[in-house]
Design a protein around this ligand. Structure first.
Ligand code: LLP
Length: 421
């Protein structure tokens, strides 16, 4: 459930009309709902109630500082994957002991930055990274709390580009090598083993792969404890999928996921961390765009809109589906016509939807791409020298621009011309 619904024929974000925001901000723009963000965080928090736990929002999915502040105030921690994300989390007021640092290629500078500012733990992904972290921490006279991300060799059965838990994927250490690397970790200066980390992929629509992975983690916990390690924390990653279409095949709910966690690892007495991104932010955001032209040639119909692949790359990159709806509710029973919905960028991949049945639309009409809170604004680029689109946050009947649209001059001002030119 989200808070983008029609009221009196107008698509609203909570209690604000999106057309009103469009008039104030211009199009295209991203819009997020505070109530939806809070609600989705709460679903996970409730799902783990009664267990010692922390829900760390995977902020790679949506990293605007205002959004992080909303979630932080609800009690969320953050899963960060770069120095930039660490800095954003701190700027949003997230306490250091609620920040976990993931990522397959942390630099020594990033390690030092997090050790200096403080954090809950590093999720270490390889033996060389472990050795580097030991050197950095020991050099600073610090101790780095770590989990080792294990690769359980489980097929998450999701899109090829976002599956991360098979042994051919670049992530983590093979689970059958874990005991050796934990033994090494125990001998390294500046390293304190606190637990195990696992993350097998994103947009999972079945609980089975989670179950397989978590059972392997439970076995490993017992083995490592028998080896003498104090395994007291399990980071179970993110990945629970969301419905991108309003159909019947909805993915499992956070409550089902919470029950699975209890069943698989609940008896180990470990503190539980999870790192959901998409389920918290995905349906908490939309992208609003304007229809520029309706082109009809060779028996095809193209709706050319002012948003493009540089603003929302998921359809071009993963063949992803986003529902597209008009801001003015179509009258019931009105006929639909198939159209290709495309942006202005100069390549055919700049196609949001092919042969999509759409209600009647005219030039100047506004539309919204739904489920555009996660991996949307954060993956935007300035390709074709199109300035990044602004972000707006709604809360009840108020809205605020939380990232302004840069002017063309601002965009150009980042380039510099060498003196010798
Ligand atoms: N933890 C780790 C270590 C991750 O790599 C990810 C996502 C998450 C947590 C959060 O997963 P989520 O709950 O959001 O599924 N750009 C792609 C998705 C990439 C996911 C990357 N890692 C997309 O648009 O579908």
């Amino acid at each position: 459930m989200d808070h983008f619904l029609y009221r009196d024929g107008h698509l609203m974000a909570e209690d604000v009309s999106l057309a009103e925001i469009a008039a104030a901000v211009g199009t295209p723009f991203y819009c997020y709902s505070t109530a939806t963000l809070r609600r989705h965080f709460q679903l996970f928090d409730d799902a783990l109630a009664g267990m010692d736990h922390l829900v760390c929002f995977a902020m790679k999915s949506l990293s605007n500082i205002a959004v992080l502040k909303v979630l932080g105030e609800s009690g969320a921690g953050m899963d960060v994957v770069s120095g930039g994300e660490y800095a954003r989390a701190r700027a949003a007021g997230i306490p250091a002991d609620r920040i976990v640092f993931s990522g397959v290629g942390k630099t020594r500078e990033e390690m030092a930055m997090a050790l200096d500012g403080g954090l809950r733990q590093f999720n270490v992904e390889s033996e060389p990274e472990l050795r580097a972290l030991s050197q950095v921490a020991a050099g600073m006279g610090a101790t780095a709390p770590i989990t080792l991300r294990v690769n359980p060799d489980v097929d998450a059965r999701t899109h090829e580009k976002i599956a991360t838990g098979r042994k051919t994927d670049k992530f983590g250490v093979p689970i059958d090598r874990a005991r050796d690397i934990y033994a090494l970790a125990a001998t390294l200066p500046g390293i304190e083993v606190v637990g195990i980390d696992v993350h097998i992929g994103s947009q999972l629509t079945s609980l089975d792969p989670f179950e397989q992975a978590y059972l392997k983690v439970a076995d490993l916990t017992r083995e490592l404890r028998a080896d003498g390690h104090d395994i007291r924390r399990l980071d179970l990653g993110g990945g629970l999928g969301i419905p991108y279409t309003r159909g019947n095949d909805a993915p499992p709910l956070p409550s089902d996921y919470g029950a699975l966690i209890r069943r698989t690892v609940g008896d180990l007495g470990c503190e539980i961390e999870i790192e959901p991104g998409r389920l918290i932010s995905g349906n908490a955001g939309i992208l609003v765009s304007k229809l520029l032209y309706v082109k009809e040639e060779s028996d095809r119909r193209w709706l050319i809109v002012d948003a493009a692949m540089n603003d929302l790359i998921r359809p071009a990159m993963y063949g992803a589906h986003h529902d597209i709806v008009p801001l003015t509710e179509p009258e019931s029973g009105v006929g639909q016509t198939e159209a290709d919905i495309v942006g202005p960028v100069c390549e055919s991949g700049d196609t949001f939807a092919r042969s999509r049945p759409m209600p009647p639309l005219a030039e100047g009409d506004l539309i919204a791409f739904r489920s555009a809170g996660a991996y949307a604004a954060v993956m935007a680029s300035e390709y074709n020298s199109r300035p990044l689109v602004p972000e707006v946050l709604v809360n009840g009947d108020q809205f605020a621009v939380i990232r302004a649209r840069p002017t063309i001059d601002e965009m150009l001002s980042r380039d510099t011309i060498p003196a010798w030119l």
